[in-house]
Design a binder for this molecule. Structure first.
Ligand SMILES: Nc1ncnc2c1ncn2[C@@H]1O[C@H](COP(=O)(O)OP(=O)(O)O)[C@@H](O)[C@H]1O
Ligand SMILES: [Mg+2]
Length: 241
């Protein structure tokens, strides 16, 4: 087992202060990117939350590329595009690693699983084809290949997972964290966000700020809706049946 003190493997992420950036141009037009500051991941799990379009995937992709992972998702070996042009952010992002980098790393995006499965299916001894599994089953299969000695970026894993599998994912993530893994996860899932060995970074119009679980709108809106859904539906739909 790797020494736990090696974490965080990824210590900080920031835009190179000497970089010449154009604030009128994507992605520096996005407040969370322009005002990224010094992002310091939690040694175990860091969540990115925020509205659609807040810049979570943009930052996650740029971190992946800065670490040598494919922007489309996968391990270092999945794809070898000659030039991965994700956004100009990748050229100016400065990542600081800890003194030891883990053996396994993976960028898991629900939307590009198809290509990742094709790659994994071609590996020797891989078991039944992941294409024959449901999206959620295959997604869990990929997560179950993760190792304690690993660094993982996940973009909206809940897109593939039923509520029960999201609960199961908490157990899988916790087991890996306790064996030494570090995760950065962009999510809208109030279930995943409840994970306690974590820091939640909220992306909004003023930049990026750390917030507590119960202060996330994911927690507050979901809780309120489930507790009062007949009334909320009435308000939303203007009907009372
Ligand atoms: N290549 C691009 N050129 C210009 N704008 C883009 C590009 N890719 C994404 N965007 C815009 O940047 C914003 C942030 O996108 P994204 O990082 O995917 O947000 P999130 O993952 O938080 O929903 C969105 O408004 C999106 O439309
Ligand atoms: Mg996204």
């Amino acid at each position: 087992m790797p020494p736990l003190t090696a974490k965080p493997y990824l210590r900080s992420v920031q835009i190179d202060p000497h970089a010449d950036i154009d604030p009128q141009r994507y992605p520096f037009t996005i407040p969370a990117v322009r005002d990224l500051g010094v992002l310091e991941p939690h040694p175990d799990v860091t969540f990115f939350v925020g509205e659609n379009g807040a810049g979570k995937s943009t930052v996650l992709e740029a971190i992946a590329v800065a670490l040598g992972l494919p922007a489309e998702g996968g391990t270092k070996n999945v794809y070898r595009p000659q030039q991965q042009e994700v956004s100009p952010l990748q050229h100016v992002l400065k990542v600081t690693k800890g003194w030891r980098w883990p053996r396994d790393s993976y960028f898991l995006r629900a939307e590009s699983l198809f290509n990742v499965f094709t790659y994994l299916d071609e590996l020797p001894g891989g078991g039944p084809s992941l294409h024959l599994r449901s999206h959620g089953e295959a997604f869990m299969d990929v997560m179950l290949r993760f190792r304690g000695d690993g660094f993982y970026l996940l973009d909206e894993p809940e897109a593939a997972l039923s509520p029960n599998r999201q609960l199961a994912a908490l157990t899988v993530i916790d087991g890996l964290v306790k064996q030494g893994a570090q995760f950065i996860i962009a999510t809208h899932s109030p279930i995943l966000l409840a994970y306690p060995r974590a820091k939640i970074l909220s992306f909004d119009g003023t930049g990026i700020a750390e917030i507590s679980y119960e202060d996330t709108e994911h927690y507050a809106v979901t809780r309120d809706f489930l507790n009062h859904y007949p009334r909320r539906l009435e308000q939303l739909l203007g009907e009372d049946d």
